[in-house]
Design a protein around this ligand. Structure first.
Ligand code: UT7
Length: 330
């Protein structure tokens, strides 16, 4: 498997502060019972005022580098996927590059919302397998609390902050990236978006008064698309490798809602429930970070044997979606 890109190190960082459903009950007209039954979430993490997407990403990156037994100087390229960059520009990737001291690394931000990790994984795979770059560092990090309206019960209960990182390389042991399949549909752009702050609606008193600096989502519509697209992406990914659902040992889905996860899991009926990996209860939806945080959590808590196959899948604003099949070579 030496000609295939591998995830050779992972790390994550979750802020200390826990926001519970009980606290949310004091903030908006909601209940612990509604949140748990409709979403599966019990708590989520909230970054401190002096924690940012870049600073959380740096901690996750250092942990992934340590896991990969590499130093920042070994990194050739840094891809940061986020919808909550520290600034519109310069890129968060450049801030992370500087903080790490990864002096030779070219650095760029990408934006594919909750599918960011999978889009980054496909880029990293292409770069290392074509020999363009040797070691690629992926950082996914979100301070979603900075774009949440804590008066809007339909969104504020769902999202949390956190970061994760992966090192992708041809050399070393890890998880072989067998296939990544991606999709997008800009027709549905309006169903999940933050309308203000870009060149269409530069920030003004009016845009702020209208709450255009917050996430807005047509939850119900998004839900249906999410299930359909993730199911189809998993199928396409397996077909590309001439594999079947039965060949999969673990599924790590986007942690948007326990009911979405359960619907996607139906495709993998042979797996016991604990093999559909979930962090939604403790971290909520962390957008680009979600799948990568869950993957790192899985690797920390379960010994994955050589040959075991892990299916990742995600769906997000855009719409964007994807699935990736990783195979352990440890
Ligand atoms: O990460 C990107 C992808 N994101 C997703 O995939 C999220 C997809 N969507 C969802 O997960 C779900 O649609 C939600 C969790 C957002 C909402 O669940 P739902 O079962 O689709 O609820 P709904 O939007 O149809 O709303 C049902 C009711 C409404 O009240 P009425 O109109 O029936 O009186 C809402 O106002 O639930 C109400 N509601 C709440 N009630 C208590 C909405 N949010 C809350 C809340 N607490 N936090």
């Amino acid at each position: 498997m030496n000609n295939k890109a591998k995830v050779i190190g992972t790390g994550s960082y979750l802020p200390e502060r826990i926001l519970t459903n009980r606290e949310l009950e004091q903030m908006v007209d909601t209940s612990d019972e509604w949140i748990v039954t409709r979403t599966g979430m019990k708590e989520r993490r909230i970054a401190a005022p002096d924690e940012f997407t870049s600073t959380m990403g740096v901690i996750a990156a250092r942990r992934a580098l340590e896991d990969a037994k590499l130093t920042p100087q070994d990194i050739d390229y840094i891809i940061v996927a986020t919808i909550t960059p520290d600034y519109p520009f310069p890129s968060t990737a450049c801030l992370i590059q500087q903080a790490l001291g990864a002096k030779k690394a070219a650095s760029v931000d990408i934006q594919a919302a909750c599918t960011g990790y999978l889009y980054a994984l496909s880029m990293a795979k292409a770069f290392v397998e074509t020999g363009v770059y040797k070691n690629v560092l992926i950082v996914v990090s979100e301070k979603l609390s900075s774009i949440i309206d804590y008066k809007d019960r339909s969104t504020c209960v769902l999202f949390g902050d956190g970061a994760a990182a992966s090192v992708v390389s041809l050399e070393g042991k890890g998880l072989v990236i067998q296939s990544v399949r991606l999709g997008a549909d800009g027709e549905q752009a309006d169903l999940l978006k933050m309308a203000g702050g870009g060149c269409r609606h530069p920030t003004t008193v009016e845009t702020v008064e209208q709450g255009m600096h917050y996430i807005k989502m047509a939850g119900n519509e998004v839900f249906k698309h999410a299930v359909r697209r993730m199911e189809a992406a998993c199928k396409e990914c397996l077909e590309a490798l001439q594999l079947q659902e039965l060949d999969v040992s673990w599924v790590v889905p986007h942690q948007a809602n326990i009911r979405i996860i359960d619907a996607v899991a139906k495709r993998f009926e042979h797996l016991p429930p604990e093999r559909i990996y979930k962090t939604v209860e403790k971290y909520g939806n962390t957008s680009a970070s979600s799948v990568a945080i869950a993957l790192h959590d899985l690797l920390q808590n379960h010994p994955i044997k050589t040959g075991e196959k892990i299916m990742l899948t995600a769906f997000g604003s855009g719409f964007t979606w994807g699935a990736a099949l990783l195979e352990a070579d440890r």
